[in-house]
Design a protein around this ligand. Structure first.
Ligand SMILES: [Fe+2]
Ligand SMILES: [Fe+2]
Length: 478
């Protein structure tokens, strides 16, 4: 069956029968060298010709879509993969609920959908750009292999969005696809669209925090789009989610291994003063907490305004659903419902009920926060096991926000509205200071490349990739 197997004989691997649409095929073959040019220039630095033990999709079936082998960078086969269609799928929410899912874009949704797809697509190459120098300071071959895996898959996610742009948006879509390679993370003149994707990712603690917090925003956005009434978008996002799970695994276990290593060193040497902890070459838990506060808060902004008429329109028209929409037991129309959002009243944050349709960003953010909290709980259990009393916490959701009802106010991690002076006094108690960044970077000056060896500041993982031992040569240099 055409949809299960992925054709690797074609220039562009795909399971969408690309060969049948010559115009589309030619347009994508034209974009392909531009993409490779971007990868050479903005992808992982000096990764050329490395042999990396990578996972490549060979089938879109839930079982066995992943195939592991050495791939010479950058010969990874980026392509176009959608999960098979669900027969008789319908629009499952909003005013068009019950209609057959759209296989072509209804004209009136064109510009809205294009904007949604471009915004999602823009995040994918952005994160590759943000991470491009980290190979020089990898804590092990295992971790180096993992970052390359994340990078090639983000590249593939860009392909996924570019396919939709080319296939369904004609000339506008082709222009947008080119712009996706022209904007660059942190570029003063032509930056990426969303704030968190223009922040630097200068070190491995930042990378793991990013994959834990910010890739997970990706998961929630993709999950909401996987419910879309526009069927090709839904099917594209479903396949992207299978790849995304590994990115969050890298983040959660990465932070977890750093936390574990620090707690073990603290317990062994009976220390808790951060300076003493640092002197032993591991990252103090207070600095880890400040990184957490930063990445969590900039990621919360990605969900958008608490009250949003765009979010309401996306839902009402059937373009973007809620997290696990079809599993929710309600009418999937929401016109009579309310939802609680936060706002500032005087020096306090209070909650107020607003129409549920306008609060869908906030609802998705709350779903996300619940999942993030359980990851933090797992990190805390590993600290507790060593007997160390420190616990990591998520700051208040109004802390350090630049978008939404609380933007423009200074909120402490415990949810108090502060004066600017009070904020300034404590800012670097709560967020990483230049000095924190310098310390973390000082631990990560070179790469660890002996198979099975790990940098001092991170514990080894519990198991290797695909049942390989930790001593596996996950990346071959020669
Ligand atoms: Fe992605
Ligand atoms: Fe990702």
């Amino acid at each position: 069956m055409a949809f299960d197997r992925i054709g690797y004989i074609d220039k562009i691997p795909n399971n969408v029968d690309l060969g049948r649409d010559r115009v589309l095929q030619r347009a994508l073959e034209h974009w392909q060298p531009a993409y490779m040019g971007w990868w050479y220039e903005m992808g992982p630095a000096e990764s050329h010709d490395l042999q990396v033990y990578l996972r490549t999709a060979v089938s879109v079936n839930p079982e066995g879509w992943a195939h592991f082998d050495y791939v010479k960078m950058p010969d990874y086969r980026w392509g176009i993969f959608l999960v098979p269609p669900t027969p008789e799928r319908q629009v499952n929410f909003g005013v068009n609920k019950g209609q057959p899912a759209w296989q072509e874009i209804p004209g009136e949704f064109r510009s809205t959908l294009r904007r949604i797809i471009v915004t999602q697509g823009d995040t994918e190459p952005a994160s590759v750009e943000q991470q491009r120098m980290l190979g020089f300071s990898c804590p092990s071959l295992y971790d180096l292999r993992n970052i390359f895996q994340v990078n090639v898959e983000e590249g593939r996610h860009l392909w996924a969005m570019v396919y939709l742009l080319h296939r369904y948006f004609g000339r506008d879509g082709r222009e947008e696809a080119e712009s996706l390679l022209e904007r660059h993370s942190g570029d003063a003149d032509n930056p990426r669209i969303l704030g968190a994707f223009n922040e630097p990712t200068p070190d491995w603690l930042a990378f793991f925090m990013f994959t834990f917090f910010t890739d997970r925003d990706g998961k929630y956005q993709l999950s909401a789009l996987a419910e879309s009434g526009f069927d090709p978008l839904a099917r594209t996002c479903r396949f992207m989610l299978t790849e995304e799970a590994h990115h969050m695994f890298v983040g959660e276990t990465g932070v977890g291994r750093i936390v574990q290593r620090t707690a073990e060193v603290m317990a062994e040497h009976k220390l808790d003063d951060p300076d003493h902890v640092r002197a032993l070459g591991v990252i103090d838990l207070q600095t880890i907490q400040r990184y957490l506060n930063f990445h969590y808060s900039v990621t919360l902004d990605l969900f958008g305004s608490d009250v949003s008429s765009n979010a309401a329109a996306y839902y009402t028209t059937g373009l973007k659903g809620r997290f696990r929409e079809t599993k929710i037991d309600d009418n999937h129309v929401l016109t009579d419902d309310t939802y609680e959002v936060s706002e500032v009243a005087g020096d306090q944050i209070v909650t107020t009920a607003v129409p549920a349709l306008t609060a869908l960003n906030e609802r998705l953010r709350d779903d996300y926060i619940r999942e993030v909290q359980s990851g933090v709980d797992r990190w805390n259990r590993s600290i507790a096991k060593t007997g160390i009393a420190f616990r990591l916490t998520l700051p208040h959701k109004g802390f350090h926000r630049a978008i939404g009802n609380v933007a423009g106010h200074h909120v402490s991690p415990d949810g108090r509205v502060l004066t600017e002076t009070a904020w300034k006094k404590s800012e670097y108690k709560w967020l990483p200071s230049p000095e924190d960044h310098a310390f973390v970077l000082s631990l990560m000056t070179g790469r660890v490349v002996d198979p099975g060896r790990f940098a001092n500041w991170i514990a080894p993982p519990r198991a290797g990739i695909n049942n390989q031992p930790l001593t596996c040569e996950y990346v071959r240099f020669n």
